[in-house]
Design a protein around this ligand. Structure first.
Ligand code: ATP
Ligand code: MG
Length: 362
């Protein structure tokens, strides 16, 4: 029987439900085969379509279900055609991130054999690093403090706090420790900043160095963000865990997704002290919604991250093992060119892609 985990599910907009349904089915299939854990899924409304029909993008009841859950699965929310009265896009995921204080945005960049990538990798070269993007402050904090003067000058504020930076860097070192323990990497954290130009980044780096001193078993170094962008293309195999500020992380995660062969393969997690959201990096892709051709792999890989995280935080090895199996099933399908959708140059439908994973897993 084992422990039953409550999972809040946001189907979202556009291709959201199309990629979420097969993902939940795979998780149910895994749980059915395990004595050590089970899931109780609770699907709740939010997003652009819900806003059109009900006037609310994130109902209180949905947020409460998310808060009470052990983990949150979210596909994609928002549609370019639906906006709040101030002209901004419907984005309940940002509200969830803020309300639940999910400060660590985790973006794995992993290129498995056979995976399409613009990089010319030589035999034996593998790319497997994790970018951690601070997600509650940095330059994005400025959305509350922007200042436009007389239509002549504009200012934004970059906010770095000790409290959040300590938690963020500690998280990065812990992740590097876990990766080292599983033999996946040598255990290194790189602080990505622009400490040579900005006081706020010098402070970010100072707090990083304090945490580095507390984790002597993990090596550490620093890199400027511009050099990091270059190295992500020139020699990405040197990276293990990268930790950076919000806007730098925003930009570098899209670069990472590009290296992985596109958005359809890029998973993510937004993690706080008590809550965590798992969702693909891509948006709701309204241009292909309803056609049954969306790539579900980024959503499925995000679910694998959820299994890893639940396993680790609750000390249930079977969950982490199933997370690894799920990720390996996706990588095997891609290597075999089985279940590969159009965005990756294949012809499979969403359901054929999900079947390719189920066939290797269940
Ligand atoms: P957002 O602002 O919500 O991030 P976006 O404008 O960046 O959205 P996406 O919705 O991510 O855009 O889509 C960008 C392009 O990638 C579109 O052409 C879309 O069809 C394609 N795309 C995104 N996700 C997938 C997917 N899972 N499968 C196939 N194609 C996808
Ligand atoms: Mg986008």
């Amino acid at each position: 029987m084992g422990k039953t985990f409550k999972i809040a599910v946001f189907d979202g907009d556009g291709i959201g439900p199309e990629i979420m349904h097969p993902t939940v089915a795979l998780l149910k299939g895994l749980a059915a085969r395990s004595d050590e854990y089970d899931f109780a899924f609770d699907t709740v409304p939010a997003g652009a379509a819900h806003y059109v029909s009900n006037g609310e993008s994130l109902p209180d009841a949905s947020l409460e279900t998310a808060r009470a859950a052990d983990a949150i699965l979210l596909s994609a929310m928002g549609l370019p055609s639906v906006r709040y009265p101030d002209g901004t896009e419907i984005s309940p995921q940002i509200e969830i991130r803020k309300t639940l204080n999910l400060y660590a945005g985790v973006r794995p960049v992993r290129i498995a054999p056979g995976q399409p990538t613009p990089l010319a990798l030589k035999g034996g070269q593998t790319v497997d690093f994790v970018l951690i993007r601070e997600s509650t402050e940095g330059l994005f904090h400025s959305q509350g403090t922007r200042d436009v003067r007389n239509d002549e000058e504009a200012y934004e504020t970059l906010k770095i706090t000790r409290a959040t930076s300590e938690k963020l860097h500690r998280f990065a070192f812990k992740l590097a420790q876990n990766r080292k323990a599983t033999g996946r990497s040598p255990g290194k954290v790189t602080c990505v900043d622009k400490a040579n130009v900005f006081a706020a980044f010098a402070f970010f780096r100072k707090i990083f160095d304090e945490q580095a001193a507390l984790h002597p078993q993990i090596s550490h170094d620093h890199a400027y963000v511009d050099a990091t962008a270059l190295w992500m293309v020139e020699k990405p195999w040197v990276f293990d865990v990268l930790v950076t500020e919000n806007m730098f992380g925003d930009i570098l995660s899209d670069l990472g997704a590009g290296l992985m062969g596109g958005l359809g393969l890029a998973p993510s997690a937004d993690i706080g002290d008590e809550h965590a959201v798992f969702q693909p990096c891509h948006g709701s892709a309204p241009d292909i919604a309803g056609q049954g051709i969306a790539n579900p792999f980024a959503m499925i890989l995000s679910a694998a991250m959820m299994l890893d995280w639940l396993g680790e935080t609750h000390g249930i090895a079977a969950l982490s093992q199933d997370g690894t199996r799920l990720r390996e099933a996706v990588e095997a399908a891609i290597a075999d060119r089985d279940g590969v959708t159009r965005d990756l140059g294949g012809t499979a439908s969403t359901s054929e892609a999900a079947e390719a994973i189920a066939a290797r897993l269940l």
